[in-house]
Design a protein around this ligand. Structure first.
Ligand SMILES: Cc1cc2nc3c(=O)[nH]c(=O)nc-3n(C[C@H](O)[C@H](O)[C@H](O)COP(=O)(O)OP(=O)(O)OC[C@H]3O[C@@H](n4cnc5c(N)ncnc54)[C@H](O)[C@@H]3O)c2cc1C
Ligand code: SF4
Ligand code: SF4
Length: 371
């Protein structure tokens, strides 16, 4: 993987408006900061190679190199990535109840992982009004405070970097696919640092088709609701075409036609819908709003799901074939759209003329996906 420095990160990602505000470049040094969903470099830095560039999911992300190093197999462009099992799931009787998004699988697994010592901290996403806020949580009882989806792109990985800096040995992280891509790069020690240890103990990925820019959403909603009262946001499955915001004093419905223009440019070149580099990935389940879709990807993920189920913290069922088939199609469509757009914008597999890419993929795999 080619690694450049902060100036190239500014040129390739911030100036091209590809930044998704994931927080992977924040809390590494004094220079990159995130404020209300926007990431900026505050002071010049002359490093020619930096962790900021190396971790960024929008700068020289080489799908094949990550797959080969992390999973020991080439990137094959399959719809869901590496999969051991796909299940339907929800939090079990022994899980703490709280304001979860769907089945509560994510909060149940993170709380269980903390309780059983699999991780010593969890990097999660809280919310203050409409602003998503990274949180490093060590108490299993605190996990539910960060439950439910903030549909705004969030700097969650700033909390992961903080945890690594603070010396936590096994940090769990819940992230969207772009964040999970950044975490994958962190785990590969891209700068070949001596004495490197992987402090990421568990990766729970979310499904994501797109997110919304925090500042733009704040502006859109300014005269429609009091953001300090927001309890929950939801996007019910088609044909609803709505973002529904529960304000505590009633529900405000915003047509998705008004929301789509607020989607950051970075989402348009995002090839991953299901967090392919996670231990387990979790999304909603169409037709069963109190359940999740759960993809088990690694042995670590399988062990966690099995033990959480035995402890009554998680309930699983086989995934209906129809849902699985819809998921595969949606995921493949996102890959096709993203790679076609990245190609059009000339940020895919840039030639050896000194240009840099946002994404890299083997030509034969690209052709297979786009055919
Ligand atoms: C931006 C976004 C887009 C999504 N799009 C889809 C989709 O297209 N299809 C689909 O099936 N599912 C999607 N999801 C996932 C879905 O909304 C639920 O998060 C998932 O089903 C888990 O449900 P749960 O009840 O287990 O979550 P809970 O137990 O309520 O836990 C939710 C977890 O999500 C984390 N979180 C919340 N907001 C963010 C954020 N912005 N960035 C990073 N982490 C966050 C919290 O830290 C919390 O741990 C999306 C989620 C987000 C954040
Ligand atoms: S996408 Fe993430 S790592 Fe890249 S510049 Fe933006 S905040 Fe930093
Ligand atoms: S679509 Fe991709 S880039 Fe956008 S928030 Fe979701 S995972 Fe991140």
């Amino acid at each position: 993987m080619e690694v450049f420095g902060p100036n190239e990160l500014v040129e390739d990602v911030l100036k091209r408006d590809f930044c998704i505000g994931c927080g992977a470049c924040v809390n590494l040094c004094p220079y990159f900061k995130s404020y209300h969903g926007k990431t900026a470099m505050l002071f010049p830095c002359t490093l020619t190679q930096g962790q900021c560039f190396a971790y960024c999911p929008k700068a020289e992300f080489d799908l094949d190199a990550v797959s080969s190093s992390l999973l020991g197999q080439p990137y094959d462009g399959s719809d869901l990535g590496s999969v051991l099992e796909v299940l339907a799931s929800r939090a079990g009787e022994k899980a703490q109840a709280g304001p979860v998004q769907a089945g509560g699988t994510v909060s149940a697994l993170m709380s269980f992982a903390l309780k059983t010592g699999r991780i010593d901290a969890a990097a999660l996403t809280d919310r203050e009004d409409l602003i998503p806020v990274p949180r490093l949580v060590t108490d299993p009882e605190e996990v539910l405070k960060c439950a439910s989806s903030k549909f705004t792109a969030a700097p969650t990985l700033a909390a992961l970097n903080q945890g690594r800096r603070d010396g936590f040995k096994s940090v769990g992280v819940v992230g969207t696919p772009c964040q999970v891509m950044a975490v994958a790069q962190m785990r590969l020690n891209p700068l070949d640092k001596e004495g490197f240890t992987d402090a990421v103990g568990l990766v729970v990925g979310l499904f994501c088709t797109w997110a919304v820019d925090t500042r733009k959403l704040t502006a859109l909603l300014a005269d429609r609701l009091d953001a300090s009262g927001i309890r929950k946001m939801d996007m019910p499955p088609p044909p609803s075409e709505l973002l529904v915001i529960d304000t505590g004093q009633g529900k405000v419905e915003i047509p998705l036609d008004e929301i789509r223009p607020l989607v950051p440019t970075g989402c348009q070149i995002c090839p991953d819908m299901t967090s392919e580099w996670a231990d387990v990935s979790v999304g909603v389940m169409e037709g069963k709003p109190e359940w999740n879709t759960l993809i088990v990807r690694t042995d670590k993920g399988r062990e966690l799901v099995e033990e959480a189920s035995k402890a009554g913290v998680l309930v699983t069922e086989p995934m209906p074939e129809k849902n699985l088939s819809q998921l595969r199609t949606a995921s493949m469509n996102k890959k096709k759209r993203a790679l076609a757009r990245a190609k059009d914008r000339r940020v895919l597999n840039a030639d050896d003329d000194g240009s840099r890419s946002a994404l890299r993929i083997q030509d034969e795999v690209l052709n297979k996906i786009l055919e």
